[in-house]
Design a protein around this ligand. Structure first.
Ligand code: SIN
Length: 306
């Protein structure tokens, strides 16, 4: 039996397989290099970069919930210059796609980081974090269609790298933002970022997070994420990358049948850093057992109830 073809394309970005690891759950790659054979993954998405090093929010910044976790990290990162100098040399040694997540406060900060990365050797695509619920104004660009288009349109003019717009579910109609970023020049959409949430320690009556509210991720949000992927994939022509509670090949397949071209493993990395590689193996096994020669054949192939 020949091996199934797991390759997919995100615009001009070729992936050996559709399994990526999500921004903020895999550091800058080197933190996981001792535990995981990173070349088994389709790609890695690095932690959001801002122009300057950023300390993030006050602790505590994570709290476990039923079937998930809350985080309020607040975009802690080394800053774009240290990333280029200290993190890219390691990332260039990896035999997998390198997707760098870009963030900022005002639009000018997104532009600055994108410009600094535009000619940096070894980067395959940029994912734009326009949907962080943990910083002031972090959701502004993905809850206002006009600002969403302005951000992506501006970045489109400063880089020829593929642009992936990461959208928030904290909005009434995610498809409106999706169509605007597509028209503005995005090559793909990542859906979804975390859902705003909060938890309280009843013994102290204090919020469990230093920032009071945070973003919910993990299996608890999987059905919300699949619905978002399904809705967005029906509305846009560009590929959709599904994120939200994926920890098995079966989870990944649900997202792909709903319309995702690729998926990202996030919270599951904190439980088992090798989850991504296990999902890749599981997808290959499923294709073989189901007589599916190429994984891309399942993308968007949901059967509707009669
Ligand atoms: C964070 O750093 O606060 C998490 C990133 C995000 O939710 O976009």
């Amino acid at each position: 039996m020949t091996q199934p073809d797991l390759s997919v394309r995100i615009g001009k970005l070729y992936l050996e397989n559709p399994v990526l690891v999500a921004s903020g759950t895999f550091g800058y790659g080197s933190e996981y290099g001792h535990f995981v054979d990173i070349s088994l993954l389709g790609g890695i998405v690095t932690k959001t970069l801002t122009p300057e090093p950023w300390p993030g929010n006050p602790p505590p910044r994570a709290a476990e919930t039923a079937a998930g976790m809350l985080n309020s990290i607040g975009l802690q990162n080394v800053g774009v210059e240290a990333f280029i100098r200290e993190k890219m040399p390691y990332l260039r040694t990896l035999d997998t796609a390198i997707i760098v997540n870009v963030g900022g406060g005002p639009l000018e900060e997104f532009v600055y980081v994108t410009e600094r990365l535009a000619d940096c050797e070894g980067i395959d695509a940029l994912e734009i974090n326009m949907s962080c619920p943990n910083v002031s104004g972090g959701l502004d660009f993905s809850t206002d269609p006009r600002r969403a288009a302005q951000l992506i349109g501006t970045l489109r003019r400063v880089t020829s790298l593929p642009i992936i717009a990461k959208l928030t579910p904290n909005i009434t109609d995610i498809t409106e933002i999706a169509t605007h970023v597509e028209e503005a020049g995005a090559d793909a959409i990542s859906a979804i970022n975390t859902i705003r949430g909060m938890a309280i320690d009843i013994s102290t009556r204090r919020p469990k997070l230093g920032a009071i509210m945070g973003g919910l991720s993990g299996p608890a949000i999987k059905p919300v994420a699949i619905a978002a992927v399904y809705q967005v994939a029906k509305r846009v022509r560009i590929p959709v990358i599904g994120i939200g509670g994926i920890s098995s090949a079966e989870d990944a397949l649900e997202f792909m049948i709903a319309g995702a071209t690729a998926v990202q493993i996030g919270t599951a990395n904190f439980v088992e850093p090798r989850t991504g590689a296990t999902v890749v193996d599981g997808l290959a096994a499923w294709c073989t057992a189901s007589d599916v020669p190429a994984i891309r054949e399942v993308i968007g192939r949901m059967e509707l109830p009669s």
